[in-house]
Design a protein around this ligand. Structure first.
Ligand code: ATP
Ligand code: MG
Length: 452
């Protein structure tokens, strides 16, 4: 079987790596090269003759639109898929006119990307086998740009591939521009929602980080939503591991290096992930946690509220002053539970403290690994803690482990798995403004339960 040969063009090396990782398990395709801008892309196409080019838009020297135009003129047998970020709708039309075969909007799943690549490849294959005679005729016509002319502009005198160069025109309308792509590309409204969701549990290992990370991504996947993900597990935060962040600075670096925290400084330290979310990572070394004070946390959250629709905060499993500060300003606290007695006891204790802090109205109980029967029925759990479960996320060891190994959230690495669907439903509930159902038992009952 001939593998589909891919060239990845993006000026950010990490994004290129992320794309390669997303396609790692696709057996029918091979990434044959990478390029950091349009000029380099044309050189690489000349050398490597890929079937499909995955092209970023904004790049130095020659941007993705211009490069696409040149590719369509000089190498019409090479299909270009433009990869854009949300809010770049103006590029959709330009990409189409330039001759791109498809237009994908980040964040992307492995499936989305692989499907688009296979579709354009098949269409290209069909075109070249059906239209071979037409191509020969067109190629002999005068006044058409050749790869030589393109290479000349690039400072190359020869096309070592020695390919015969077909027409620049005859760009068919691009068939697979979906409504979804165009709606995702619409520009966002200016006023951010500024909703703060804190993911918490007094017990470690219940799935807080898994929840925070995937929730952030599904919210960002929704059109026009700007999402920030903050790792407030300052000593042992592992969002960087889960999302394979190898570059960038941490929250502790920001508070140490900057005298004043304002929108500009924050923007400089927030790390843009290829999924579209902006991340403020935890310190690399646990001892650096002490540089971050509750006052810093208060200011950072306030600033984020002014510029993001959703701010998701991952936390350490304790009630220290950093968490208390964040709990205080959160609009919603997702209290994560599992169906085992130790966690349930801990959830009860956490609830007791949150109750004392007068934070009860913000709490929503989310049951992670909900289908894992660890000896406690869900109804008994609800009765025991005095809250109804607002949302359930099933267990899926395989998908979650594979996602961590890839450094890609499960909602992207295995978008069709039940766990991913469940995260998407949670995001939809939040976006549609439906409040997750609150507890049905009265405060008095809770107090009775705690006093048992
Ligand atoms: N729904 C799930 N199905 C399968 N595995 C899961 C699920 N949720 C979490 N896990 C796994 O459980 C482990 C703990 O998850 P996670 O790190 O998200 O918990 P945490 O509450 O953030 O832990 P900590 O308190 O140590 O920060 C991880 O290995 C994660 O992959
Ligand atoms: Mg965690």
């Amino acid at each position: 079987m001939n593998k589909i040969r891919l060239l990845i063009v993006d000026d950010v090396p990490q994004t290129r790596k992320d794309i390669i990782r997303l396609l790692y398990f696709e057996d029918d395709m091979d990434v044959v090269g990478e390029a950091g801008n349009g000029v380099e892309a044309l050189q690489k196409i000349n050398e490597l003759m890929p079937d499909v080019v995955l092209m970023d838009i904004n790049m130095p020297q020659m941007d993705g639109i211009k490069a696409t135009e040149r590719i369509r003129q000089a190498y019409p047998e090479v299909s270009v898929i433009i990869i854009s970020i949300q809010g770049e709708s103006e590029y959709l039309k330009k990409s189409m006119v330039a001759g791109a075969r498809d237009y994908l909007v980040k964040p992307l799943t492995s499936e989305d990307m692989a499907l688009a690549i296979r579709t354009v490849y098949k269409q290209q294959h069909l075109r070249s086998t059906q239209d071979i005679s037409t191509h020969v005729q067109i190629a002999s016509s005068a006044n058409r740009p050749t790869s030589e002319s393109v290479n000349n502009e690039l400072g190359h005198s020869k096309n070592p591939g020695g390919r015969e160069l077909p027409a620049a025109d005859g760009r068919e309308p691009v068939g697979q521009w979906s409504d979804e792509a165009s709606s995702q590309g619409r520009s966002r409204e200016v006023q951010p929602l500024g909703i703060i969701t804190l993911v918490f549990c007094g017990k470690g290992g219940v799935g807080k980080t898994t929840m925070a990370t995937n929730l952030a991504v599904v919210l960002a996947q929704n059109e026009k939503k700007k999402v920030a993900l903050i790792d407030l597990d300052l000593q042992f935060g592992d969002i960087s591991v889960m999302l394979n962040l190898t570059e960038g600075k941490a929250i502790s670096d920001m508070v140490r290096e900057q005298k004043e925290l304002n929108q500009e400084t924050l923007t400089n330290y927030m790390l843009r992930h290829f999924t579209g979310i902006d991340i403020l990572p935890a310190p690399l070394f646990p001892q650096d946690a002490e540089y971050v004070t509750p006052q810093h946390v208060g200011i950072i959250i306030k600033l984020l509220k002014e510029s993001y629709d959703y701010i998701i905060i991952d936390t350490a499993p304790t009630f220290h002053d950093i968490n208390l500060q964040a709990l205080d300003v959160a609009d919603q606290i997702m209290l994560v539970a599992n169906r085992d007695l130790a966690t349930i006891k801990n959830v009860k204790t956490s609830l007791n403290i949150l109750d004392t802090l007068d934070l009860r109205d913000k709490i929503r109980l989310v049951l992670n690994r909900s289908d894992q029967d660890l000896g406690v029925e869900i109804a008994d759990l609800e009765k025991g803690v005095g809250l109804v479960v607002s949302h359930m996320i099933p267990s899926d060891e395989r998908s979650v482990i594979s996602a961590i190994n890839k450094g890609v959230p499960v909602v992207l690495s295995n978008g069709t798995a039940e766990i991913s669907k469940s995260f998407r439903r949670l995001g939809e509930k939040m976006i549609s403004g439906k409040r997750l159902p609150a507890e049905k038992q009265s405060k008095a009952l809770i107090n009775r339960i705690f006093s048992l």
